[in-house]
Design a protein around this ligand. Structure first.
Ligand SMILES: [Cu+2]
Length: 354
């Protein structure tokens, strides 16, 4: 299997496979490729034979009429059908798996911007163009864009996901071979598109843990710089949750939202993450990252049942990382999480009286 894999991978000029997902996707790729090639060559060979065998031998000869037997019809229609359904039977579960991040995955916020990639770990460091992940652990990417559509592409992981402005998309991977792999943008985004390069550094898990620990200590002290002042240029360093609290306070979210479970002008943020939300009209959905971000960018697209559509849009006011940071605040507000950070009074208190 390994030898066949290496032969076909080289034959197709595919990069190394740095995850189990990449290997499995390649197997499907080979299967489609080999069967398609067999079909193509068989057709070509048959056509070549027929050209000689059934060529017109005299001026008056007419093309013979062929009356296919039912069994031929069944085989010619049935065989490709079975083959195509087999592609689907292999590919669909793969797709579902790609779309379902496992519990406990490490979250990384990814922001595409002409022409660079920015990464942020909740409670950890930020970085530009270089993303470090531990080998053998699932990592969930939450992607967005600051300007136009970009696409986050790591060929070694066979991982490609669009990053859209004003919205979050997600996908996950589990890289299992330590190494350095190129990151590309796979959606033409302007002049610098081809230089929108990054690097994925897959580190042995223990090394990554040590690195992360060191980064936390290096960045956290800068986050504790007291109460925010409106218009403050919020620093990108420090814990995302701390940042998010400051941004939410500056943007006035707490005029309408509480974090202690009481309903105000808007619904409380306590236990909002992954809550089943009932919308005006009876539709329900789960409050995931994508929904929370949409609620900030297009608040009137989905109105929570029992509330008025008074929330202003924050499109253009909140950048991708700002929205991500606030999302992390909401995610941290859980009554059932014993590890939730202690609430910090002054910043949380809703500002009463507009
Ligand atoms: Cu791009």
């Amino acid at each position: 299997m390994n030898l066949i894999n290496e032969i076909l991978r080289n034959l197709l000029f595919l990069p190394v496979q740095a995850s189990q997902w990449a290997r499995e996707l390649d197997y499907l790729h080979y299967f489609v490729f080999v069967t398609a090639m067999l079909g193509a060559w068989t057709t070509l060979a048959t056509a070549t034979v027929f050209v000689f065998r059934y060529r017109r031998k005299s001026d008056h000869q007419a093309t013979p009429i062929v009356d296919p037997k039912p069994i031929h019809e069944v085989v010619f229609i049935g065989l490709p059908l079975v083959l195509f359904l087999a592609y689907f039977a292999v590919g669909y579960p793969q797709y579902v798996r790609l779309q379902t991040p496992p519990k406990g995955a490490i979250d990384v916020y990814v922001q595409g911007k002409k022409w660079m990639w920015k990464f942020a770990y909740p409670g950890g460091p930020n970085s530009t163009d270089v993303l470090r992940v531990p080998a053998g652990r699932p990592v969930r990417m939450l992607l967005t864009s600051r300007d136009v559509i970009h696409s986050f592409f790591v060929p070694a992981l066979r991982f490609k996901q669009d990053a859209l402005p004003g919205r979050y998309t997600q996908a996950w991977f589990n890289a299992d071979v330590p190494g350095r792999y190129p990151i590309f943008c796979a959606e033409y985004c302007g002049l610098g598109h081809s230089s929108m390069l990054g690097e994925l550094v897959v580190m042995p898990a223990a090394e990554w843990d040590a690195w992360m620990e060191q980064q936390r200590h290096a960045t956290l002290p800068q986050a504790q710089d007291g109460a925010p002042t409106p218009g403050e240029d919020v620093d990108l360093r420090g814990s995302l949750v701390d940042q998010g609290r400051r941004i939410a306070a500056v943007q006035g979210c707490f005029k309408c939202h509480t974090v202690d479970g009481t309903q105000h002008i808007g619904p409380t943020w306590l236990d909002l993450y992954r809550r089943t939300v009932t919308l005006e009209g009876g539709k329900t959905l789960i409050a995931d990252e994508a929904y929370l971000t949409r609620s900030m960018m297009e608040p009137n697209a989905e109105i929570v049942a029992g509330y008025k559509a008074v929330m202003p849009t924050y499109q253009g006011k909140l950048s991708g990382p700002d929205a991500a940071a606030i999302t992390e605040v909401i995610k941290s507000l859980r009554t059932d999480a014993p590890t939730a950070e202690p609430q910090k009074g002054p910043i949380y208190a809703p500002v009463t009286g507009k």
